[in-house]
Design a protein around this ligand. Sequence first.
Ligand SMILES: Cc1ncc(COP(=O)(O)O)c(C=O)c1O
Length: 816
Amino acid sequence: MGVDKEEFLKEFGHDYGYPNGPKSIDEIRATEFKRLDQSGLVYLDHAGATLYSELQLEAIFKDLNSRVYGNPHSQSEASSATLEIVREARQQVLDYCNASPKDYKCIFTSGATAALKLIGEAFPWNWGSNFMYTMENHNSVLGIREYALSQGAAAFAVDVESPVNHGGVKVSLHPVQRRNEAEFLEGEPMGNSYNLFAFPSECNFSGFRFSLELVKLIKDNSERIMEGSQFHKGRWLVLIDAAKGCATQPPDLSKYPADFVVISFYKLFGYPTGLGALLVRNDAAKILKQNYFSGGTVAASFADMDFVKRRESVEELFEDGTISFLSIASICHGFKILNSLTAPGICRHTASLTMHVEKMLLDLRHENGAKVCTIYKSRASKVLCHESGSILSFNLKRPDGSWFGYREVEKLASLTGIQLRTGCFCNPGACAKYLGLSHSDLLSNLEAGHVCWDDNDIIKGKPTGAVRVSFGYMSTYEDAKKFIDFITRSFVSTPYKSGNGNLLRPRSIPFSSEGRGKGYSSVSYLKSITIYPIKSCGGFSVESWPLTSTGLRHDREWLIKSLTGEILTQKKVPEMCFISTSIDLNRGLMFVESPRCRVKLQINLRIDSYTDTKEEIELHAKRFEVQHCANDVNLWFSNAVGRPCTLLRYSSSKDTCKNRAMNMCRDVQSRLSFANEAQFLLISEESVSDLNNRLSLNVRKGTHETPLQVNPMRFRPNLVISGGEPYAEDGWRSLKIGSKSFTSLGGCNRCQMINIVHGSGQVQRSNEPLATLATYRRVKGKILFGILLRCENTDKPGLQTDSWLQVGQEVNPYSE
Ligand SMILES: Cc1ncc(COP(=O)(O)O)c(C=O)c1O
């Protein structure tokens, strides 16, 4: 055991690894999560979904394979078996939250979100009601607002605070929202007004655990804690969103009698997905109004008359249709694990890892002493917070104080086999609060094109979200260590220094200064020209080729669109690389071949071989007018990619790139066909050799088993040059190839596409060469290799036919 682990165990040994449990954490990992160590994955997204145990799945399959479960709505023996297992499952859920069946019922739903929707739909909102929720709530809770507002209720977010010298809790209100006020203003609301207060037991952004004392405080003392606001009137009911918190600390409902609690089982023990539950207090269930009726919830109905008699038990009244009974039959095997480790044992285990990682992250410093990591964490008092959870959200800074984008962290983590989560985690309130984003920041981010799950991680110098790691009952010290080592290696700057005789390189890109003197530098020549007529399909190389106003003639002039409207690329359909192309300019023909199609396709490049149909499509925030191809061509491509699709040909582009945040396009001046960023990608053979040397070094250092060498074609270049210094192209501002002038638009940002290999009819993915490039070619969140070019003066009509590139032509760069 290493010194580091000894230190860790000295501090956390009484909490880490289930010291009093039936199995140690190392045994659990070795026997129930073999797949993790076999695949080398470090899984740190347990707040997203935790992992199922392999023994749990074996037990489930054994159970399902040995018993016969029928539809619970019949009278057969198989149906009785189902009813019995469902009854037991409901009891287990109630037991897990220490809820007496006298007081609570367990309604199965398709997830926590469906349970929240059920509450929103069935809650008796009226003009006198309020829906109050903490800022730290998941979108699935915020959505309840739509039901409240549409029925005249007020809705508002609150910050729950525990001011110094106050001795208790205070809520401060964000702006109150109401809709169609005039419509509801006439008269007092009919009957009682019910209010709903919602909070998560553990915030899925920050890991903050709200004290469940809030349940009693809101239910019994709303007037006091809302300090004279008009909103305390009526009866308050409390909803705990335990979707995240339940995995490590289920709410004790005998002590904190919340009216509603929602959970999802995949967050507890990984399997099954698509199953959740609503625990509802019996008296709260009575006020819920169910509109819809269905098989399952109806006792009798007439088809031709407005008559329905609903079932009476709470579960039967709210579980529409046939419940997911085989999934329900599976949950006992998950609970078996949680109960054997015990919830407090899991809570201590995950908290020990969280605290350790938090300390290590906070201790990280750059060479200039600047802090590396900002952790988003509430500093609330004990009244509000119940220990820390199992989540850490953070962002990283460079030595100059600028932020690393969270996508960069995610991309590099995934190359190292670390699975983590980035963004705002569907919790916009917590994200805005912790990152200090105002409404105007959020609106201007939206205007700049930022939406959930996109790549806009930094806008105007501020992060739009964060990186999140979260631990589960099977997480280990080794997982935590690999994660810390990764952050240190990839994001903490260290000075150039000599260690073991080797020159250690700084973390960011060491652009070679060789060959970068002012004026023309050493001469290289054009080694190959490659055209890729169909986006993402194979290309063909030629000795010479004409230039047009969009780049190499016919380059990326076609694309394949699925019938659902998706533009197909190798990222989604790697097999597209097996579609090979060639063009005979003299005959005006394109030939296309695929191992899945017996006949070679021949497409006439003359316009009249196409149908009249034209359409507009959007690609990377640009609009294009495209032409459809004939049906037999579409049929051929549908066979080649294994799904129905159409081949579209570029006709014209409507505009140059408009929204810079939304698109990846570098060339904003010239006309582009379907190329992503620019007309040309140039790769230097010497830079590829340098990369190959580094890849060979990995084998010698023992980090890789087999030597991997890459061919320049792995990068899908249009132009390969040879004869200069490695990476000399990084410093070029412009260049001439023969007599043609090109402007460099800078380095090409590489993605996982270069990790796909297609040898011997098989597609294989690895993490190389991107992982090695990431160690020395990172600039501002990008991993650069090769440069993008624009050809100057090709838009002059006369040049379209005369201007040719020729293999062997001299390449004369101009640097600055
Ligand atoms: C706090 C919280 N609430 C609600 C949900 C939604 O849960 P589900 O995906 O099961 O509907 C999640 C899921 O991430 C969550 O973390």
